[in-house]
Design a protein around this ligand. Structure first.
Ligand SMILES: [Zn+2]
Length: 70
């Protein structure tokens, strides 16, 4: 396993809570806002099939989370 620089996870843009990164299934990673009272309840899903190396899936999901606008 190679260590990669993981992008820093940003807080939810709508409520400021720190999101959680989970493996939804063996091939699906989800980043989502854990705040039940969040007005938007943001969640981002990344399928490992879309990513060249599965070890990058988490980093890609975090990247998408960080750059999404809503
Ligand atoms: Zn939120």
């Amino acid at each position: 396993m190679t260590r990669r620089k993981q992008p820093k996870l940003k807080p939810c843009p709508f409520c400021g809570e720190m999101p959680e990164v989970i493996n939804l299934t063996d091939t699906l990673i989800q980043v989502y806002c854990v705040n039940m009272g969040c007005p938007v309840h943001v969640s981002v899903r990344v399928g490992m099939a879309d990513i060249p190396s599965s070890s990058d899936a988490r980093a890609v999901a975090v990247q998408i989370w960080n750059t999404r606008k809503g």
